[in-house]
Ligand binder design. Structure first.
Ligand SMILES: [Zn+2]
Length: 90
């Protein structure tokens, strides 16, 4: 039964291969390659992305395409620092 399950999941992944994000840039993230560790329970693809800060992160296909994720997390971190700076000036 395990073999059968694997086969059906592989078919799903191949079907989604048409959405190839390799080389695409999403704000700070450049998609390097498809992540090999796609969780077995997910029908979505995961991509290994390189952030402009040098951090590599695995991100869901949907998160990239919808623009929810734009960095490894540094963008949000920087925004928080800027906000705190602005607050400190007041
Ligand atoms: Zn980053």
């Amino acid at each position: 039964m395990v073999g059968f399950r694997l086969k059906s999941i592989n078919r799903k992944i191949v079907g989604l291969r048409s959405i190839d994000l390799t080389g695409q840039v999403f704000e700070r993230l450049t998609v390097l390659e498809i992540a090999k560790k796609t969780p077995y329970y997910s029908s979505e693809l995961f991509w290994l992305c390189l952030c402009t800060c040098g951090t590599k992160k695995i991100i869901r296909s949907g998160s990239l395409r919808s623009g929810v994720v734009k960095s490894c997390g540094c963008l949000r971190r920087e925004a928080t620092i800027e906000r705190n700076k602005a607050r400190a000036k007041q």
